[in-house]
Write a protein that binds this ligand. Structure first.
Ligand code: FES
Ligand SMILES: [Fe+2]
Length: 318
């Protein structure tokens, strides 16, 4: 999974640190760092997760406000706001090289923060290091300490909240799942599409409707899992258990009639509805047939079904 990166000229962290100190008379520069071993994680998944802006309101319950001004494969420029603080913050993200990201922003024009995020695959784990420089005129140096603390705790919280995403994909890969974003960049990581590539479903895969109630339940059909519930029209609703977008666990989503909202990006997915009068249906890459009390499933040839987006995703941020 080699990523071709456009050539980027950049200052090394050491050179930037030296230049910041000399930038104008009276500069103050503070260093900070956060390190973590992310267990059961693939470098591609943590890179994708880092560049994917769309999970942030759903997973982190923050960064609701933002404008994605521009993005290319190796960069993103955004305007955001921290909570309701009356500061506008522009954020520049750069994918410098495989396993290396820069992020630069200024707060109210008085403080500059530059982060260097480096990632290294170590067996089944990824070593993550986020180092940052906080730079300002020494007049504002008293703000460095609380900011440093804030950046550390923010990092710790975000990494912990993202665990479910990285480890979820790690488990899926063990089952043979791959993703169209396996060579992630800022562009493809922020496209809403059916990016999950399911493993081949075993021939004759099926599950029984015995004991199924209105409560959405995971069932096994061959080598894959599905979600099924009874609907109030004496029929059944069925979804794949793995989100067609990027692999989120739909069983942990919010169910409302024939619709489930995925916990990872908040996209909505409609179920297929099967009943005695409507015994065949296909959706999200699977074709279903109800015979008696059993649902038989095949992979459908038309994988490219459009994801139903009923929510604005015109947001992003740092
Ligand atoms: S993984 Fe993105 S909405 Fe489900
Ligand atoms: Fe995240």
């Amino acid at each position: 999974m080699n990523k071709k990166i456009n050539l980027i000229k950049h200052l090394s962290p050491e050179a930037l640190y030296e230049q910041l100190k000399q930038f104008t008379a009276g500069m103050a520069v503070t260093k900070g760092a956060f390190e973590l071993i992310v267990e059961k994680c693939l470098l591609e998944d943590i890179e994708w997760n880092h560049m994917d802006q769309l999970h942030r309101p759903a997973i982190h319950n923050t960064y609701e406000k933002g404008i994605r001004i521009a993005m290319g494969q190796d960069f993103a420029i955004s305007l955001t706001q921290w909570k309701n603080w009356p500061f506008l913050i522009t954020v520049t993200d750069v994918y410098v090289a495989k396993g290396l990201f820069y992020q630069s922003l200024t707060i109210a024009g008085i403080i500059f923060i530059h982060s260097i995020i480096s990632l290294e695959q170590m067996g089944d784990n990824v070593k993550l290091k986020d180092e940052w420089f906080i730079a300002s005129h020494k007049f504002f140096k008293l703000l460095h300490k609380p900011l440093n603390k804030k950046l550390y705790s923010l990092n710790a919280r975000l990494q912990q909240e993202d665990e479910q995403v990285r480890q979820g994909r790690f488990e899926l890969r063990k089952q043979g799942y791959t993703f169209k974003t396996d060579c992630p960049d800022y562009y493809n990581s922020n496209q809403l599409g059916a990016n999950t590539i399911y493993p081949s479903l075993e021939a004759g895969a099926s599950f029984s409707l015995e004991g199924i109630t209105e409560v959405p339940t995971l069932v096994e059909a061959g080598n894959l899992k599905f979600i099924v519930s009874k609907n109030n029209n004496s029929g059944y609703l069925v979804w794949p258990s793995t989100c067609p977008h990027e692999g989120g666990p739909l069983i942990n989503g919010k169910f409302c009639e024939a619709k489930v909202t995925c916990p990872w990006h908040g996209l909505h997915f409609k179920a297929v509805e099967l009943s005695a009068n409507h015994s065949t249906a296909s959706k999200h890459g699977f074709a279903y047939e109800l015979i008696g009390n059993t649902v038989y499933i095949k992979q459908s040839s038309s994988i490219e079904e459009k994801i139903i987006v009923t929510k604005s995703h015109d947001f992003i941020t740092a």
